[in-house]
Design a binder for this molecule. Structure first.
Ligand SMILES: *Cc1c(COP(=O)(O)O)cnc(C)c1O
Length: 365
C-alpha cells in the first residue's frame, strides 16, 4: 500500500522551526520563571494585537477561556446563553459550569454556522449572552448577531478556537464581540505544545476580573478577592506560541491553497465542498465535505491509508446531560451529522496527497 495521508503533521511544523523553538524554550528554562512572567505578557499583547483587540488574558485552555469569559461577564444562575449545538462540547459546558442554561440553536445548512434567524426566535428576557462559533475556520455571520445583541442588550462571546487569523468583512475574528475566546490546543491553526488558551477584549474591567479569576481569585500574592481557579498560561507555552505566531499567516495561506486544490478537484463529484460566504476569509482549520454516503466513503479512505474524521459525530443537545434536560429539535444540525466528513488538512499537505484523497473519492462515489 502507498504512504499514508495523515490528518495533521505537527512533527513537520517542529522541523520547520526547530532552531527557533529550541532557542525560545531554552531561554525560558535558563531564566527559571515558569508562570505568568515576561513571555506570557508579551504573547498576550502580541496576540491581542494580531486579532485586532487591545488586551489578552492567557489561560490554560480554550475550554477555560469560555468558562472564565462568561464568569467575568457575570453570567450565572437564571441566565440563558444562546449556543449552537453543532460545535465542540466546551462551548455549551462553559454555560453549564456557570450555572446558566444553554439554549441550543440550529445552523445554516450550507456553512454549518450559527443561524441568525433561529437565534432571533430563541431570544427571551433571560438571554444574557450568545456564543457564535467560527466553526471550521469560517467566521460566523456576525452583523445580524451583533445587531440583535444591541437591540436586546446581551453580550457576544466569540468562540474563535478554530479561526485564528480569519476575517469577516475585513475584520479579524476576535475583534467583534464583547470578548473572544481562543484555544491553542496543539492541532489548532496556532497551537501550543500542550494546552493553552486566551481571552481577548477591549474592556479593562473584564480584563481585571479575568486576571483575578484565573489566579485563584487573587489580585496579588495572598490577597484574595473572590473564588477563582488555577488557569494560567505558562511561560514555555507562551514562548512557543510567540515563535509560531510569526508563521501563522503563511500557514493559513497554505491551508487556503490546499482547500482551493481540493475544491477545484471535487467539482465533478457527488460530494459537496465547503461553502464559503463572500464576506468571509476562511482559514480552513478543517476542510469539511458533505455526502449522503459518508460512512462508505470514510471506510474507503481508511483502506487507502487516508485519515479522515467527523466534526462532530453527535450534536451536543443529544449528549448527556443535555439530552435529559432539553427537548430542542434542530433539524439541520441533526441532518448534517450523518453527512459531514473532515479531510486531511494542514500546512504541509502535498499536491500528491490531496490528489490521492480526491481520486479515492472519485473511485468510491
Ligand atoms: C478546541 C475548541 C474548544 C476548546 O479548546 P481547548 O483548548 O481544547 O480546551 C472550544 N471551542 C471550539 C469550537 C474548539 O474547536
Amino acid at each position: 500500500m502507498s504512504e499514508k495521508v495523515p490528518f495533521v503533521r505537527l512533527d513537520q511544523e517542529y522541523r520547520q522551526l526547530q532552531s527557533e523553538l529550541d532557542a525560545a524554550i531554552t531561554d525560558v528554562l535558563k531564566r527559571g520563571r515558569f508562570v505568568l512572567d515576561e513571555r506570557v505578557d508579551e504573547f498576550e499583547d502580541r496576540f491581542a494585537e494580531y486579532v485586532g483587540s487591545t488586551q489578552g488574558v492567557g489561560v490554560n485552555s480554550g475550554t477555560d477561556a469560555l468558562f472564565l469569559a462568561l464568569s467575568a461577564l457575570g453570567v450565572g444562575d437564571g441566565d440563558e446563553v444562546i449556543v449552537p449545538s453543532h460545535t465542540f462540547r466546551s462551548t455549551a459546558d462553559a454555560v453549564m459550569r456557570n450555572g446558566a442554561t444553554p439554549v441550543f440553536v440550529d445552523v445554516d445548512p450550507e456553512t454549518y454556522l450559527i443561524d441568525p434567524e433561529d437565534v432571533r426566535r430563541k431570544i427571551t428576557d433571560q438571554t444574557e449572552a450568545i456564543i457564535p462559533v467560527h466553526l471550521y475556520g469560517q467566521p460566523a455571520d456576525m452583523d445580524p448577531l451583533l445587531k440583535l445583541a444591541t437591540q436586546h442588550d446581551f453580550a457576544v462571546i466569540e468562540d474563535a478556537a478554530q479561526a485564528h487569523g480569519a476575517r469577516y468583512r475585513g475584520e479579524p475574528v476576535g475583534s467583534m464581540g464583547d470578548v473572544a475566546c481562543f484555544s491553542f490546543y496543539p492541532t489548532k491553526n496556532l497551537g501550543a505544545y500542550g494546552d493553552a488558551g486566551m481571552i481577548v477584549t477591549d474592556d479593562s474591567d473584564i480584563v481585571d476580573s479575568l486576571r483575578t479569576l484565573r489566579d485563584i481569585g487573587s489580585t496579588e500574592k495572598y490577597q484574595y478577592e473572590r473564588i477563582g481557579v488555577n488557569s494560567r498560561l505558562d511561560e514555555l507555552q507562551a514562548a512557543i506560541l510567540l515563535t509560531k505566531l510569526e508563521y501563522l499567516d503563511e500557514w493559513n495561506e497554505r491551508r487556503r491553497w490546499a482547500a482551493r486544490r481540493y475544491t477545484e478537484s471535487l467539482t465533478d463529484t457527488d460530494v459537496t465542498p465547503p461553502t464559503v460566504r463572500g464576506d468571509a476569509e476562511h482559514v480552513y482549520h478543517l476542510y469539511v465535505i458533505e455526502t449522503d454516503r459518508r460512512n462508505e466513503l470514510q471506510k474507503a479512505l481508511e483502506e487507502e491509508g487516508v485519515h479522515s474524521l467527523i466534526h462532530y459525530p453527535v450534536p451536543i443537545h443529544e449528549q448527556r446531560p443535555y439530552v435529559d434536560q432539553f427537548d430542542a429539535s434542530l433539524p439541520v444540525t441533526e441532518q448534517i451529522t450523518d453527512r459531514i466528513l473532515s479531510l486531511p488538512m494542514h500546512p504541509w499537505i502535498t499536491e500528491d496527497q490531496i490528489d490521492r484523497v480526491v481520486s479515492t473519492i472519485h473511485d468510491t462515489l
